[in-house]
Design a protein around this ligand. Structure first.
Ligand code: 6PG
Length: 239
């Protein structure tokens, strides 16, 4: 399996490249579909990217923001991916409140939250068989997880749902499923840091592993690219 990837000398150039890709896909989607739908990743890597998005002059009224995953915490919790994206980006642009579609966690159980958020997504995407996001931004953990699809968890087997419950150890999360991600027009991994290199070497250099990493199940039908900084991308063999 060949994985299209690009390696950038610094985090700044990596973030600038990712920003340019998002803007390019934003403009294409608005031209072709009069809207742009993007599902965000959480964690630390995308924060400088979101801060740069906050400085862009784009038709934000055409932009609809979703999340690829969310911790099962209140929206104002320090660990909330929604809170992070609002603080770094969404609170600083004129995007209509109705265009922000968080994975809502205010339900009694994670499963109830997953089902309700899936219904909300289906309403937005007019109950298509699968959601077709214009852009899905993904990170990767040093265990090869992406979104909240963690190694050895049941969420990796869920192929008939759009949203499911992911488990990080004993912490429940909400996550898009693998097929829900794979139907996107464009999927980009944004990965930085030396701690991600060992997993990337296994993935990219076809080193044998007992079971594939969750990130390896991301094989979209549309555009696909891994955007890496020099530390994460060290010694990777082009596919
Ligand atoms: C989350 C993310 C998760 C993240 C990776 C990488 O909710 O934490 O969606 O999948 O992208 O854990 O996180 P870092 O960017 O902080 O390394």
């Amino acid at each position: 399996m060949s994985y299209p990837f690009e390696v950038y000398a610094s985090t700044d150039t990596l973030i600038d490249r990712t920003l340019a890709l998002i803007v390019e896909e934003f403009e294409t989607a608005v031209r072709e579909r009069d809207r742009f739908t993007i599902a965000l990743s959480g964690g630390n890597t995308p924060k400088p990217l979101y801060r740069k998005l906050a400085q862009q002059s784009l038709p934000w009224e055409k932009c609809h923001v979703f999340w690829g995953d969310e911790r099962f915490v209140p929206a104002d919790h320090p660990d909330s991916n929604e809170r992070m994206a609002r603080e770094t980006w969404l609170d600083h642009v004129d995007i209509p409140a109705a265009n922000i579609h968080p994975l809502v966690t205010a339900y009694d159980t994670p499963e109830q939250a997953a089902q309700t958020n899936e219904t909300t997504l289906k309403d937005f995407f007019k109950s298509a068989e699968w959601p077709v996001f214009d852009f899905v931004l993904l990170g990767m953990g040093d265990d090869g997880h992406t979104a909240s699809l963690f190694p050895g968890t049941a969420a990796l087997q869920v192929c008939d749902r759009w949203v499911t419950v992911g488990m990080k150890e004993d912490q429940p999360r909400l996550t898009l499923t693998i097929p829900a991600i794979n139907h996107a027009h464009c999927v980009a991994f944004l990965i930085a840091g030396a701690n991600k290199n060992p997993v990337l070497q296994t993935i990219f250099n076809d080193k044998k592993t007992d079971t594939p990493y969750p990130s390896q199940f991301i094989q979209p039908q549309g555009k696909f690219i891994w955007l890496l900084d020099a530390l994460a991308g060290k010694d990777l063999v082009p596919g």
